[in-house]
Design a protein around this ligand. Structure first.
Ligand SMILES: [Mg+2]
Length: 305
């Protein structure tokens, strides 16, 4: 018998759903960090990082995007979360739900394996299914934390810290073509590892910027129980971007946002990989995220609805 279509309540905001999941999750033995940070952290002989991420056609990329770029982004997004903890990836698992009759399956899987190798994270297993819907690629990453520093969490920011960002922000998605840096970025794994090498435990907190500097700064503030203040004029803007508001809201930058005590790093510089970094603000006692005028910026960004 055919079942009747499921009926769902009005759509839920992702941030509300995530908060629900975080408060309801019970952490088993050996689980140091559960839902709510960039990766889970489990304790074995070392701190292991676990991450799963989905890439959905029409949602995360447009139909017609080159297969190679779809595969690249599917791996790069969860790898950016491994970088956000200053970890190193070890292995990936790939699960694909293909549209019925999808003609590019071999090319897609070759590309996924190829990017796994190039990103230093071989794809060691996976699963395939088909459905009457868009292409969905789900990638799980198993990684390890920085041996000396351990996992760098969102919750470590302290009042008085300086706030830094790598690279430049804004305009990662070209609305005319659907292409852009959101498809071609390289996860900041080497930059994060260098920061952990140099700063050690002075690298107080870190996350990657996926949904926009505004909303992500709000998440850092909430996790750490502090107030984040960002000076708009200090935000490094991507080529072609002239308004800091775009950098606050555009999202999909996949740069690192991190904090360190005053004086631990200069206001700006270039990491050994050639990636620049810049101080964009500070951490104070309080809650929320604002610009230097006190305007709330924690709601500015991309909340998946
Ligand atoms: Mg993240």
């Amino acid at each position: 018998m055919r079942s009747t279509p499921a009926r769902y309540a009005p759509r839920v905001r992702e941030s509300d759903l995530l908060r629900h999941i975080q408060t309801r999750s019970t952490l088993g033995e050996g689980v140091l960090v559960g839902p709510g940070d960039d990766c889970a952290v489990v304790v074995g002989t070392s701190h292991q990082l676990l991450k799963v991420d989905q890439l959905v056609e029409h949602r995360h990329y447009r139909a017609g995007t080159p297969i190679d770029l779809i595969a690249r982004k599917a791996l790069a997004r969860p790898l950016s979360d491994i970088a956000a903890m200053a970890g190193r990836p070890r292995y990936a698992l790939a699960a694909a739900t293909l549209p019925a009759g999808y003609p590019h399956a071999r090319e897609l899987f070759d590309a996924v394996h190829g990017w796994g190798e190039r990103f230093g994270c071989p794809v060691v297993g996976g699963d395939i299914a088909t459905h009457d819907g868009p292409l969905i690629l789900s990638i799980s990453i198993i990684g390890v934390a920085h041996a000396a520093r351990g996992p760098v969490l969102r919750r470590g920011a302290k009042s008085g810290d300086d706030l830094f960002v790598t690279g430049s922000l804004g305009g990662s998605f070209d609305a005319a073509t659907g292409l852009g840096r959101h498809l071609t970025f390289t996860p900041r794994l080497d930059e994060a590892a260098h920061l952990a090498d140099v700063l050690g435990h002075d690298l107080h907190a870190m996350m990657d910027l996926s949904d926009g500097l505004g909303i992500d700064a709000g998440r850092l503030a909430e996790s750490s129980g502090v107030r984040v203040i960002i000076e708009r004029r200090r935000i490094p803007l991507s080529p072609g971007i002239t308004d800091p508001s775009q950098a606050l809201q555009d999202g999909e930058d996949y740069e690192l946002l991190f904090t360190a005590p005053p004086g631990a790093l200069p206001d700006s510089g270039v990491l050994p990989t050639g990636c620049p970094f810049a101080r964009i603000g500070r951490i104070e006692i309080g809650a929320g995220a604002t610009d230097e005028t006190g305007q709330d910026i924690a709601a500015i960004g991309w909340d998946h609805r």
